[in-house]
Design a protein around this ligand. Structure first.
Ligand SMILES: Nc1nc2c(c(=O)[nH]1)N[C@H]1C(S)=C(S)[C@@H](COP(=O)(O)OP(=O)(O)OC[C@H]3O[C@@H](n4cnc5c(=O)[nH]c(N)nc54)[C@H](O)[C@@H]3O)O[C@H]1N2
Ligand SMILES: Nc1nc2c(c(=O)[nH]1)N[C@H]1C(S)=C(S)[C@@H](COP(=O)(O)OP(=O)(O)OC[C@H]3O[C@@H](n4cnc5c(=O)[nH]c(N)nc54)[C@H](O)[C@@H]3O)O[C@H]1N2
Ligand code: SF4
Ligand SMILES: [Mo]
Length: 694
């Protein structure tokens, strides 16, 4: 077919919180995107997009897109708005901020953002520069992977992971608390290929998942007991002399202390804790220690328990004990995020700014708004790239906080989300097709440039363009608050290149021309820790970790029952609320075609738990605890073990029955490491909706 000359093809990439960071092509005719698909040239994307992002033009041209700034009229959350100009919006916001700064100091201004896009410019630069300059309250970004990031960096020295393509060299892959069929789909064909070549795939997950269906073995520990399981595996490996002592002697710190620690985790005890038969534990330990190469592949969901940090620590130790680090097809595949670390000073210019006056943990937003942050209280909230009323734990408290009459809230969004509804001023945001950005990935080792394919819809503006207007409105004249998008990206890329030889050949021009640029890795350099060197203070893998000890954390991995579970009543279920297949957290959860595929908001429970509660499949149930309740459709299924309930994250409250979602029940307690979220350490009761509570 002859090329249609009226169509231009624009390279971009998927901005969402997903390890695959796919390369995309947008076809544009007369300023309108008419087609959107995967770039065939990208090594991981391989020419296809996931179910969520394939219909992306439905999102970009959604009839509900916000197209101009609006001011609230009527009560908070009352859905009454008037259109205002950008000039009026910026004028009002900066006037209000100046007043708050004069009365309370800039610490009373709280920015809140997370993973609407993962771009360097629209997220990384936008969540630092203006706020640093202002001296605003900091945000502890601990909702997703903080504990794992911390323990991987302290144990191994760097967040390095193999190229996903190396999975085909593995003979054993353990997917531990990870559901890539939904959350990292481009890994699945590689797993299939490895399996065809004889690899044995184990999934460790309390529930049956899309991923576990095609595994060779599915091990189902009780939720939050994985720490004990991992220590139990090490117990068997040490006990049977299957550990790699020569390697441990040369490349690890504290292996004898670890051996002492795991002595208490014999298979019988671990079986009693985890519910996994002792024989299964012994067999897995033997298989893991004797199969080479063996890859351990956990993801972020595993750590969302009160003991998530130590659980992940135990996982980081396992490949060392069995001698799997530094081997192609082996080791730990958590995140590739550490190969490029954007130069922090170039990103945020903190050295030219006042110190951050205080930091609020994003998991505690509701509590912080309701008084936990009190010196000074939060008087203004600026939300972008996140939808905390939907995605933050203890959402009822978040909603309460957002309704405070004395809180001035601005939300920069593409849609009138659960959060935007409570704003005083809503600003319209561009989509990834309407702005430029530079992306690195956490699931592969390529950098990607995203060109703007179409002009902004309506009066939408990108995060960076809004930051520049806000800076001007505040009277800030520093040139780094007024750079063009391209200047800002170039500045960070150049500064990062100066300290990272892998970027020697990676210029902005090349990124713009080629779209995807792989980081260079030659031979064994591509295998993390192949030379036996770990960039920790000791140069070794720190099984005993003194840096954690210095923070008051047990320097050896251990297992503890999360606080939430210590007083569990017989009729309480452990509720896991992980990824929905058709949304990325709450993004896309307002698209009719995807909502239809995901179905009405639901909770899965085991037939025996359903029977004892008189619940039939399809019935409306209430899921509740002391934090709150929500109303869901019961799905009665053997996919979920007895004592466990599963409800996906991401459904919008305003599009759900009763106006609430599962996060009205989840806990805002923090885990053992790095202020990590504990969404899955959540005890609930489930009952038929027409019954009143006992
Ligand atoms: N389709 C889709 N993809 C996504 C997302 C999405 O919302 N939807 N979200 C993105 C984001 S933000 C992230 S952080 C990643 C998360 O990626 P994943 O970690 O793969 O996803 P989760 O569903 O959070 O958790 C994975 C699995 O952990 C299991 N799990 C929960 N508790 C335990 C436990 O105690 N032990 C064990 N062994 N397993 C447990 C859950 O049953 C779940 O199947 O996915 C990203 N990709
Ligand atoms: N129950 C439960 N809740 C969870 C989790 C769980 O496992 N269970 N997981 C948690 C995890 S891992 C994560 S990462 C968080 C994710 O939570 P969030 O980071 O809040 O992610 P999203 O739900 O995708 O919401 C992102 C919002 O940003 C908007 N957005 C996208 N691009 C742009 C842009 O360029 N500019 C602006 N201004 N806005 C933009 C989108 O429209 C969307 O409304 O959720 C957490 N919530
Ligand atoms: S969500 Fe993940 S798999 Fe889907 S297009 Fe984006 S990067 Fe690719
Ligand atoms: Mo996440």
């Amino acid at each position: 077919m002859a090329d249609d000359l009226s169509i231009t093809r624009v390279r971009g990439c998927c901005p969402h919180d997903c390890p695959d960071t796919c390369a995309t092509i947008t076809e544009v005719r007369d300023g309108r995107a008419v087609n959107f698909y995967a770039d065939n040239d990208h090594p991981l994307t391989q020419g296809w997009l996931c179910a969520k992002v394939r219909p992306y033009l439905e999102r970009v041209y959604h009839p509900d897109r916000l197209l101009y700034p609006m001011r609230r009229v009527g009560p908070k959350g009352g859905d009454q708005w008037e259109r205002i100009s950008w000039e009026a919006a910026i004028g009002e916001i900066t006037r209000r901020w100046q007043g708050i700064i004069a009365e309370y100091g800039a610490a009373a201004i709280q920015p809140y953002s997370y993973s609407g896009t993962l771009g360097l410019l629209q997220l990384g630069i936008c969540n630092t520069r203006l706020w640093n300059r202002m001296g605003a309250s900091g945000l502890e970004r601990a909702i997703c992977g903080a504990a794992a990031e911390t323990v991987v960096e302290t144990t191994l020295g760097a967040r390095w992971a193999p190229d996903p393509a190396d999975i085909v060299h593995s003979k054993l892959v353990i997917l531990w608390g990870h559901n890539p069929a939904s959350t990292a789909p481009h890994v699945m064909p590689l797993l299939r290929k490895a399996q065809k070549q004889g690899a044995y795939i184990v999934v460790i997950d309390p529930r049956r998942t899309l991923t576990s269906r095609s595994a060779n073995e599915h091990i189902q520990p009780r939720p939050a007991t994985d720490g004990a399981l991992a220590l139990g595996l090490m117990h068997v490996i040490f006990g049977e002399g299957l550990h790699d002592e020569a390697w441990l002697e040369r490349h690890s710190l504290g292996w004898r202390e670890l051996r002492e620690r795991v002595a208490a985790f014999d298979p019988e005890r671990v079986a009693a804790i985890t519910g996994v038969p002792a024989e299964t534990i012994v067999n897995l330990a033997r298989r893991y220690a004797t199969t080479k190469p063996a890859l351990l592949k956990p993801a972020d969901g595993l750590q969302r328990h009160g003991n998530g940090g130590q659980t992940f620590r135990a996982l980081c130790c396992l490949p060392a004990v069995a001698g799997h680090y530094g081997v192609r097809g082996g080791g730990l595949a958590y995140s590739t995020g550490g190969y490029v670390r954007w130069d922090a000073e170039a990103v945020g210019h903190a050295s030219a700014c006042p110190p951050t006056p205080r930091t609020v943990n994003m998991n505690r937003l509701g509590a912080a708004l309701m008084g936990e942050a009190n010196d000074p209280p939060i008087k203004a909230l600026y939300v972008f790239c996140s939808n905390p009323a939907t995605i933050a734990p203890n959402a009822g408290l978040v909603a309460q906080g957002l309704q405070r009459d004395d809180l001035f809230t601005v939300v920069h969004e593409l849609f009138l989300t659960d959060t935007a509804r409570y704003a005083d001023i809503v600003l319209p945001a561009t989509s990834q097709l309407e702005h430029v950005d530079l992306h690195k990935a956490y699931g592969h080792r390529n950098l990607q440039y995203n060109h703007a394919a179409i002009p902004p819809l309506g009066e939408c503006k990108s995060n960076w363009d809004v930051m520049r207007l806000l800076a001007a409105g505040m009277g800030y004249t520093e040139p780094w608050l007024h750079e063009s998008a391209e200047e800002a990206i170039r500045g960070v890329l150049d500064a990062t290149r100066a300290g990272n030889p892998r970027l020697a050949e990676v210029t902005l021009e090349r990124l713009q021309a080629e779209g995807t640029v792989p980081l260079p890795f030659a031979g064994d350099d591509g295998v993390p820790f192949a030379d036996g060197y770990f960039p920790t203070p000791s140069g070794k893998v720190e099984l005993r970790c003194d840096r954690l000890a210095a923070e008051g954390i047990d320097p050896l991995p251990d297992y503890h029952v999360p606080a939430e579970f210590q007083t569990r009543a017989a009729d309480e279920l452990v509720l896991i609320s992980g990824a929905a297949h058709h949304f990325v957290t709450s993004s896309m959860a307002n698209q009719a075609s995807l909502l239809a595929k995901e179905g009405t908001p639901f909770v899965e429970i085991n037939p025996s738990d359903a029977a004892s509660r008189g619940i039939a499949d399809g019935e409306t149930v209430v899921v509740e605890n002391t934090r709150g309740w929500c109303q869901l459709r019961a799905v009665v299924t053997e996919d979920v073990p007895v004592g466990v309930a599963v409800a996906p994250k991401g459904f919008w409250g305003k599009l759900s029955p009763g106006g609430r979602n599962i996060n009205w029940t989840t806990s805002d307690a923090l885990a053992d490491v790095a202020g990590q979220s504990t969404f899955h350490s959540n005890l609930v009761r489930v009952r038929r909706a027409e019954l009143t509570p006992a």
